[in-house]
Write a protein that binds this ligand. Structure first.
Ligand SMILES: [Fe+2]
Length: 306
């Protein structure tokens, strides 16, 4: 099921310079002192990074971390072949990420730049929404660098480098998916209200993160959240599949820590560009109120009191 949450663990920098990552009680690495120390180390590298003056820092990954990356790459490959949309598969083949070791973010950038002009930078964990989207607007993706806990390589309760790179970088290697993502980022730069930003993030969630799309008769996945998750990729076809619908996508409540019971399917990549791409290109500060009124009129939402 969609057990992979999208919640980043909070990161604290202590006065003595140590960095602590606060894992949820149910996190498989919660009681592993070595893992907790490692998470603090890796988050600390991103926190200490001087973005203006230094190249994106590298991480000296351990054999165990490389093994987690290899295992997940190997397990996802046949699932991608069977269940990912061909636009993603072609992009993945062109990006040709290593499968035997964790790539450095600089290596991801080196491969991605000639394909679609995107670069990867490091983040310790959650990036404030507006900063994350502003960077998307200049084709820059904020990525974590840590790996999930080795005891459960096919599960992660938070987005790790496997999600950020196997999910997002493969997708961003398609100039067409990359253009939609960039448009979402550009939208953030002209939106003043938090409500409008939330609307962009909601539509992004149901497309770039959890989008599915028909290819002929077959329903395929293109969302980074589905395609980076061993469990979710095998379940999406059994969810409630609705047509792409901005009023519905923009007003449906969802739980980011639980499986997504409703997914929105594009009829084709052109359809996705027409609906979601155009939305990101034209969304303004009044869009949320307009879509909410439409959702009420159509009975998707209860009428708000006059
Ligand atoms: Fe993501």
């Amino acid at each position: 099921m969609f057990t992979e949450g999208q919640l980043y663990s909070p990161v604290t920098e202590h006065e003595d310079g140590t960095v602590e990552v606060h894992l949820a009680d149910t996190h498989p690495g919660r009681d592993d002192a070595g893992y907790l120390r490692r998470r603090g180390e890796i988050a600390g590298v991103a926190l200490a990074w001087d973005r203006e003056h230094e190249p994106v820092p590298t991480i000296a990954y351990t054999d165990d971390e490389h093994a987690v990356w290899s295992r997940v790459s190997r397990e996802l490959a046949p699932l991608h072949e069977r269940l990912a949309h061909s636009e993603f598969l072609i992009a993945k083949e062109r990006l040709a990420l290593p499968t035997d070791h964790v790539p450095q973010l600089a290596e991801v950038t080196e491969r991605l730049m000639p394909l679609s002009g995107w670069s990867y930078v490091c983040a310790p964990g959650l990036v404030p929404l507006r900063d994350f989207y502003a960077d998307l607007g200049s084709r820059t993706f904020n990525s974590t660098q840590y790996l999930r806990h080795g005891s459960e390589p096919l599960y992660t309760p938070e987005p790790d480098i496997i999600h950020e790179v196997i999910g997002h970088a493969n997708q961003l290697a398609s100039p067409r998916f990359a253009a939609i993502t960039e448009a979402a980022g550009q939208a953030s730069l002209r939106l003043a209200t938090d409500e409008a930003m939330k609307l962009v993030a909601d539509v992004f969630w149901f497309s770039i993160e959890f989008g599915v799309m028909y290819e002929g008769e077959d329903l395929k996945a293109y969302g980074a959240g589905i395609l980076s998750s061993y469990g979710e990729i095998q379940e999406f076809a059994h969810m409630e599949i609705r047509d792409l619908d901005l009023a519905d996508m923009g007003t449906l409540n969802y739980d980011i820590t639980a499986y997504q019971p409703v997914l929105f399917a594009a009829r084709s990549l052109g359809h996705l560009e027409d609906v979601v791409g155009d939305f990101f290109t034209t969304v303004d500060d009044d869009s949320a109120a307009r879509l909410r009124a439409e959702a009420e009129r159509r009975g998707l939402l209860p009428m708000s009191p006059a």
